[in-house]
Design a protein around this ligand. Structure first.
Ligand SMILES: Nc1ncnc2c1ncn2[C@@H]1O[C@H](COP(=O)(O)OP(=O)(O)OP(=O)(O)O)[C@@H](O)[C@H]1O
Length: 316
C-alpha cells in the first residue's frame, strides 16, 4: 500500500535556560523518529505525558521547526512547502475546541478561514464548500451562524473537524480529539471521524492517552517513550501480544486522560523519564523490570518485523 505520510529521522531539541547562572539544558523531545502510514489508515500514537507526542504533531504540522529529519506527504517534502501548500495537505484537530476556535467569529467564518487564507477561492465557492462540510459533520446552516460559545462541546469539536476538512487535506493529525469531551459525546465524535476517514479517504495520526480509544480507532499503534517509538505494530497484535516491557506496563495501567496532569503512576517506580537527561543504553532501562547489564550501556536498535512491526528492546 502506498504511504500517505513518511517521516524520516525527525528530531526536535529545545535549549532551555534553567536560571541566570546555570548552563543551558538540551531537551530532546523527539529523537530520530521514523515511520510511514499507509494511505487511508490510522496510526495511533500512545505514551505517557511528556513523551513527545504533541511535539511530534507540531513538527509535522510545521508549527515547530525540527532540528533534523524530513516529512513527505504524497512524496512532497513538507518542510519545503509554504504554509498554504502545507495546509492543503495536512490539518490538525486539537483537544480543546473551545481554545482552538476564535470566540469572536461565527462558526461558518471560522470554518471558511482555511479557504479564504488560500486566496484562490471565490466567495460562492467558499460558501458552497463551507455549507457542504458543515452538513457533512452534522451541523445545520443555523449552527453556522452561531458563535462558538453558543455550541455544546461536541458541536464545537464538529466545527473544528469541519475547519480541518474544508480544504480536503490528505492527512489529519488528531491530538487528543475527544479528551476534553463528555464521555457520552466522545463516541459520537470518534464515529464521525471514522466515517469521514472512510468516505473521504483520509489518513489519520491519532494521538491519545486513552488506550481504549486508540484500540478502537487505530489500524496500527506506535508506543512512544522519551521521544522515540519503542514499539509499533498492528493494533490487534500490539494489544494481544506486546513485546516491549514499556508497552506491557502501559497496557496493564490506565493512563490519565488529562494531559498536563503529570506522569501517571504506571507501576514503574519513581525514576521518571526526563528528556533533558536521557539515560545511556536503553532509555527505558532505569524503569525496566527485566533490564540486564547490556541494557545499561548499549542502545537497542529497532528490530523490524514485516510488514510494519518494530520493537526496540534487547530482550524482546
Ligand atoms: N517549547 C518547549 N521548550 C522546552 N521544552 C519543551 C517545549 N515543548 C515541549 N517541551 C518538553 O518536551 C517534552 C515533550 O513534550 P510534549 O508536550 O511533546 O509531550 P506529550 O507527550 O505531548 O505530553 P502531553 O500528553 O502531556 O501533552 C516534555 O519534557 C516537555 O517539557
Amino acid at each position: 500500500m502506498t504511504a500517505a505520510i513518511e517521516v524520516e529521522n525527525l528530531r526536535c531539541e529545545f535549549r532551555v535556560h534553567t536560571g541566570l547562572m546555570s548552563a543551558e539544558k538540551r531537551v530532546v523531545a523527539v529523537d530520530d523518529v521514523t515511520f510511514s502510514v499507509p494511505a487511508g489508515s490510522v496510526l495511533g500514537i500512545v505514551g505517557e505525558s511528556g513523551c513527545g507526542k504533541s511535539t511530534l504533531a507540531r513538527l509535522i504540522l510545521g508549527l515547530l521547526k525540527p532540528t533534523g529529519g524530513s516529512v513527505l506527504v504524497d512524496g512532497k517534502r513538507l518542510f519545503d512547502l509554504d504554509r498554504k501548500a502545507r495546509a492543503r495537505l495536512i490539518q490538525p484537530v486539537f483537544q480543546d475546541p473551545f481554545a482552538s476556535l476564535n470566540p469572536r467569529r461565527r462558526i461558518k467564518d471560522i470554518v471558511a478561514l482555511p479557504l479564504t487564507a488560500q486566496g484562490t477561492f471565490s466567495r460562492a465557492e467558499v460558501e458552497r464548500r463551507v455549507g457542504g462540510i458543515l452538513e457533512r459533520v452534522g451541523l445545520s446552516a443555523a449552527m453556522g451562524e452561531r458563535m462558538p460559545a453558543q455550541l455544546s462541546g461536541g458541536q464545537r469539536q464538529r466545527a473544528a473537524i469541519a475547519r480541518a476538512l474544508v480544504l480536503e487535506p490528505r492527512i489529519v493529525i488528531c491530538d487528543e480529539p475527544t479528551s476534553a469531551l463528555d464521555v457520552s459525546v466522545q463516541a459520537q465524535i470518534l464515529n464521525l471521524l471514522a466515517e469521514l476517514r472512510r468516505d473521504l479517504g483520509l489518513t489519520y495520526l491519532f494521538i491519545s492517552h486513552n488506550l481504549a480509544v486508540v484500540e478502537h480507532v487505530a489500524s496500527e499503534v506506535a508506543v512512544m517513550y522519551l521521544g522515540r517509538f519503542v514499539e509499533r505494530n498492528e493494533t490487534d497484535a500490539l494489544f494481544r501480544s506486546p513485546r516491549h516491557p514499556y508497552t506491557k506496563a502501559l497496557l496493564e495501567s490506565v493512563l490519565t486522560p488529562e494531559p498536563g496532569k503529570g506522569v501517571p503512576d504506571i507501576g514503574l517506580g519513581d525514576a521518571m523519564p526526563d528528556p533533558s537527561n536521557i539515560p545511556p543504553g536503553c532509555r527505558f532501562n532505569p524503569r525496566c523490570r527485566i533490564a540486564v547489564e547490556r541494557c545499561r550501556h548499549e542502545p537497542p536498535k529497532p528490530m523490524v518485523r514485516a510488514p510494519q512491526g518494530m520493537v526496540e528492546c534487547h530482550l524482546a
